[in-house]
Design a protein around this ligand. Sequence first.
Ligand code: BGC
Length: 383
Amino acid sequence: MEEETQKINFFWGSATSAHQVEGGNCNDWTEWEKAQGLEQSGRACDHYNRFREDLDIARSLGHNAHRFSIEWSRIEPREGEFDEKEIQHYRDVVLALRGRGLEPFVTLWHWTAPLWFRDSGGWASPRSPEYFARYVERVVSALGGPTSNGEVGPHLVKYWITLNETNVYTGYGYWKGIWPPGERSLLRYIVVNHHLSRAHRMAYEAIKKINPVAEVGVAHNMIYFTKFAAVIKRYIYNNLFLNSIHTHQDFVGVNYYFSDRNMTEKSDVGWPIDSDGLYHILKAASRYKKPLFIFENGIADARDDKRAKFIRDHVEAMQKAMREGADARGYFYWSLLDNFEWDKGFAPRFGLVEVDYVTQARRIRKSAYEYQKIIENKELLGG
Ligand code: BGC
């Protein structure tokens, strides 16, 4: 019986982020793309206009949940000015998800920010946590809180992911300097991490005030380190940020792509394929004694000849960890659609669904149906 409940409650889906799929954005990243002469996100997948069709696809593939992000620069294009039309847009997205039986998992910041926020010093500014918390409060009251609109019930969204991969963002943006804002300073890196941690805690409290039964956490990138100084790397990269927010998270969100082991199989972007690493990461993350979600796991594989096995192996690794006590509650493949892969542009193909960027046609890949079979295979569910 318990197993039955677990089966029913397990969330299977895929993830996207606003800047990577929506198109038509104007934020710190779009400016960076231009300034650096990188490929521009431009229309991306035009998901802003096509989200209903795209969510139809997710549903047709057997998903029962979906992770997406809200674009802060749309909601608050100028400091303190909130755009009701854009808030309504994301309400429509959430309603479209609910209407299709897909549980929404909503990310509030997936690396991009409004230009005014960048100009105020971005995450290096001591005011950044307050700015973020104010935006979060506004969005959550509109989407997650009780509403005067009689048509929809209160609390449209239960699962909130405040921040995506602070470790990747600060590593590239403030340490290596290859992402906006392009800084290379240990001091700034530390300060920004500190502000992000505070921003999460403030946002957590704001959300809980509006909806005490909301579930709130972050999505954190984790690498399975095995080599030189693995213990230190695990601590700094995998745990430090999570430790700083441990009193303010209801679940631990894991984004896992690779380990540091020498594997013969690699993805199109050269990442070693190591499903066993996910098993170890989940075992290690269990120490937080919180429910675990795999919010991202995916592969760039334009020919689609490795993706089905990649998913199957990682799901099996997850289930092995679950049999040994890891409390995993959901698995989200990255990504539903091919999309804009940051500084790498449109070349990497992560999607369950192939996108033709000229015509915006969608074509469901073979591996997406294999994933569907995994979802429908009752033996695999619940571990
Ligand atoms: C990020 C995604 C990205 C994916 C693949 C994750 O680190 O959250 O935005 O597309 O990795 O690189």
